[in-house]
Design a protein around this ligand. Structure first.
Ligand code: GDP
Length: 478
């Protein structure tokens, strides 16, 4: 099939940008990561810090005194949900503060940045403007790219193969039973399709809950966005038997699989992914480390699948129809406030190792990458305790209600000091004895007492958000 219409669409949209009179450069920043990686927190913190000119010493335009100001603006595409910035900020700054709702679907936000160019010698006088378009989307959706190259028969064979592997018995048994009890040659009907799709979705969900942090495609089955319950999401892999009638259940599900590819997966890559300039991939590295070697290798597999999408169009034939132009990718280990700052560089090194093998396999060509350990919102502060004549660095914070450690269950109101444990010095000595890294890992409530700046705005504390920002947009504001 020809994809000329895809390319035409992209070319036209680029034209439309410049047809609105004064040309304002627009940088499209994609923010992704698997569920609960920290996308919502990262974007809320980033926008708030830009709007209020927060503490961002590592962000050159602000550090140089060239940053003039920022404001939110209408997003040009009115059909895409807006990132609920105000709502998320309200949750974080409420009394008591709570963590906002996580990303469930794609959303976007435009922030207009005014600054003084550092290139005064280039004849640029007066303030310059940059539109920063932030696109938030579930990393699970990237796992769907390989489906574009697979027929229903091929995908079914892969998916059923996986479900029948010995390790998956617990999660997949029910789905496989449903499948065995269904005559796929019978007349197509919706109740049967729904029953199979539900059983398959339950299997996918369970396999994620049982120790696996990654997910299997189709990505929308776990994060359907606005498509929940729609026919394009009501299918399941089926064993292939020769010559099924055109009105059979088998044919119905095959059509729906093709519809999912054509009407859900392809438009996402063409309309959103292919238009990004920069990308940040958030990774909950600490949670995987804390869970153990299996979770880490699982995360590595998922990241490899996600990163396959960032290959140059040439290297990845599935992306060839979409012009691709991401030139910088930042990998960020989130929630770095769960370890002492002496471990931040180690966390960076561990993430670097995790994505290095993935990046090698995905053969990055052209795009720069960097790894960073950061916290969009810092929920802990640091102190020391003396124990058995030793001085130990501690984290001070309020564990979320229901969090447990060493037989204590926390009530969500009590501040504690905790020795979080150290990350290993060398990333290759992560699991020398097959044991998880010994971290005291508790989820903390958001910071309870926020400082205010001179204008009366709350100051959201962070870790290395300024460096992340500088890498992602600093050069566009040079
Ligand atoms: P996503 O939108 O699904 O990627 O994830 P969220 O941004 O909603 O984050 C999921 C949860 O992780 C939040 O509810 C917080 O409990 C926690 N979290 C995210 N970012 C941070 C952070 O910077 N520091 C801390 N302490 N917790 C975080």
């Amino acid at each position: 099939p020809t994809h000329i219409t895809d390319e035409l669409g992209i070319a036209l949209s680029n034209l439309a940008d410049s047809a609105t009179g004064v040309f304002t450069p627009t940088l499209r920043l994609g923010v992704t990561g698997l569920s609960r990686a920290g996308k919502t927190i990262f974007i809320t913190a980033l926008v708030h810090n830009l709007l209020t000119q927060g503490r961002l010493p590592g962000f050159a335009p602000l550090a140089d005194g060239r940053f003039i100001g920022a404001r939110l603006a209408e997003y040009p595409d009115a059909t895409i949900p807006r990132f609920a910035y105000e709502q998320h900020l309200a949750a974080l700054t409420a009394n008591p503060p709570t963590w906002p709702e996580s990303t469930r679907r794609i959303s976007q936000l435009r922030i207009v940045l005014k600054y003084q160019s550092a290139k005064w010698w280039s004849g640029m006088t007066g303030p310059a403007t940059l539109n920063l378009d932030i696109v938030d989307y579930p990393g699970e959706w990237l796992l769907d790219l390989p489906l574009l190259g697979l027929s229903f028969a091929e995908w079914s064979a892969e998916a059923l193969d996986r479900a029948r592997q010995p390790g998956h018995a617990d999660e997949a048994a029910e789905f496989l039973r449903e499948l065995d009890g269904t005559d796929i040659g019978k007349q197509a009907n919706d109740p049967d399709a729904e029953r199979l799709a539900n059983a398959f979705t339950t299997y996918l969900r369970r396999s994620r809950e049982h120790g696996a942090l990654s997910t299997l495609p189709p990505g929308r089955f776990l994060l359907p966005g606005d498509l929940e319950g729609s026919p394009a999401l009501t299918f399941a892999p089926l064993p292939q038997r020769p010559a099924q009638a055109r009105n059979s259940l088998h044919a119905m599900l095959e059509n729906r699989y093709e519809a999912y590819k054509a009407q859900v997966v392809r438009p996402f890559f063409r309309d959103h992914f292919a238009r990004l300039d920069r990308q940040v991939v958030l990774v909950d590295t600490l949670r995987a480390l804390n869970t153990g070697p299996a979770a880490v290798s699982d995360l590595e597999t998922a990241l490899t699948a996600v990163l396959a999408c960032f290959r140059q169009g040439e290297a990845n034939p599935l992306l060839r129809p979409f012009s691709r132009r991401i030139d910088r990718i930042l990998f960020a280990a989130t929630k770095a406030d769960h370890v002492h700052h002496t471990s931040h560089d180690r966390l960076e090194a561990i993430l670097n190792r995790l994505v290095a093998s993935a990046a090698k396999r995905a053969r990055f060509a052209g795009a720069q990458t960097r790894s960073i350990a950061m916290a969009g919102i810092r929920a802990t502060s640091e102190g020391t305790i003396r124990e058995h004549g030793e001085t130990l660095p501690t984290l001070i914070g309020t564990p979320l209600a229901g969090e447990m450690l060493d037989g204590t269950t926390y009530d969500g109101k009590t501040e504690i000091a905790l020795f979080p444990g150290d990350l290993p010095e060398r990333p290759d000595s992560l699991f020398e004895n097959g044991q998880p890294v010994a971290l005291n890992f508790l989820r903390f409530a958001p910071p309870q007492r926020l400082e205010r700046n001179a204008a009366g705005d709350p100051v959201l504390p962070h870790i290395r958000l300024d460096r992340a920002l500088d890498y992602l947009i600093g050069d566009w504001m040079a």
